[in-house]
Write a protein that binds this ligand. Structure first.
Ligand SMILES: [Zn+2]
Ligand SMILES: [Zn+2]
Length: 345
């Protein structure tokens, strides 16, 4: 079988490797569609010691496919099932898991190797975060389950309610998912970004207002630009950061109405600080929430959203390409030509 192997930053090779077979509790899947993701791009450029402690390593974590072989003890899945899986599963027994904070699990087991003809899903992920999908859901639309699950997690933490005005900073794939899900909750959506094409995509997805921040520098300027689109110019009920830059985290907090909630979602560079006006935090009673990863319950909801068509997984896809186009697709993402490519082995 063929699989991409990651040798280090900038070095990704499609190689002939030994065929994979499932061990106890595992399931082997013929990959029908695998999606690129911002994390893949980051890993490709800089490496990722958490996801790839040893090199070379299999690469990619968003996929859907058909079960080709089940390991000893697996009863939930059979050969021929169309399945999708999340990229990790919590252990269920550490302190974080026992208090219901499974995204903080100390023993999260990750999966790698979606950019290949076949992948083996580790036993904990088979047990808790793998689902059969209906015939009506194309593999290509099911593949981005992982990012959708993290956004479902963010939606849960945001407390977005019917009638809220929600400002979304960043109109990449994550921002676009928030545009859709915030509307499903009955919110009016305002989107801020610096790319006109991404903003137009958000508008087509139902955003009430789009704000192009090109030419604006400071977080204050970027916050003021969205204020006229909020009720009474007071600010957002909920403001979401979906970029991953400390300056945008600051702009997000500055966009809030008194008593508003900032959902700080985008992963920032390691140890990067950001500042908040402490007296505003006090007198305006802001709520600031960090959100990481997903939990089995949110994965389940995301599968439901994809399966029922309430969220169209294909809406995120720039282009469907053959597996051989992985490096080219990552380069295109880096150049801002596309945001998500679906690759077919
Ligand atoms: Zn991903
Ligand atoms: Zn745990």
């Amino acid at each position: 079988m063929r699989a991409y192997m990651f040798y280090g930053p900038g070095d990704l090779r499609l190689e002939d490797v030994e065929d994979v077979h499932p061990g106890p509790g595992e399931v082997a899947v013929e990959v029908k569609a695998a999606a690129t993701c911002g994390t893949d791009l980051k890993s490709y450029r800089r490496g990722h010691p958490t996801l790839f402690p040893e090199l070379p390593a299999r690469f990619g974590h968003e996929f859907a496919g058909i079960v080709t072989e089940v390991g000893e003890g697996v009863t939930k899945f059979s050969v021929g099932d169309r399945v999708v899986a999340a990229n990790s599963a919590p252990c269920g027994s550490c302190w974080a898991c026992t208090i219901g904070r499974e995204s903080l699990c100390e023993n999260l087991q990750y999966l790698n190797g979606a950019f290949a003809e076949k992948i083996v899903i580790p036993a904990p992920i088979v047990a808790r975060n793998t689902y059969v999908i209906p015939e009506s859901l194309p593999f290509e639309a099911a593949a981005p389950l992982e990012p959708l699950s993290t956004v479902v997690h963010g939606m849960h933490e945001s407390g977005i309610a019917l009638g809220d005005t929600v400002v979304i900073n960043g109109a990449g794939p994550i921002g676009q998912m928030y545009v859709k899900l915030a509307q499903l909750r009955g919110a009016t959506v305002v989107v801020a970004d610096r790319s006109q094409s991404r903003l137009e995509q958000a508008e087509a997805a139902g955003a009430a207002h789009i704000v192009n921040l090109t030419g604006l520098d400071t977080p204050e300027e970027c916050a003021d630009a969205v204020r006229p689109f909020t009720p009474g110019g007071r600010g957002a009920d909920v403001a979401i950061e979906a970029v991953g830059l400390p300056a945008v985290w600051e702009q997000t907090v500055l966009q809030l109405r008194p008593g508003g909630t900032a959902l700080l979602f985008g992963g920032t560079p390691k140890d990067a600080p950001f500042s908040v006006n402490s007296s505003a935090m006090h007198y305006k009673e802001y709520t600031l929430k960090g959100v990481y990863h997903h939990q089995p319950r949110y994965v389940q909801i995301a599968v439901e959203l994809l399966s029922t068509g309430k969220f169209d997984g294909m809406s995120l896809c720039t282009e469907v390409r053959p597996l051989e186009a992985l490096v080219e697709s990552l380069e295109d993402m880096a150049a801002g030509k596309g945001s998500k490519y679906i690759l077919q082995p």
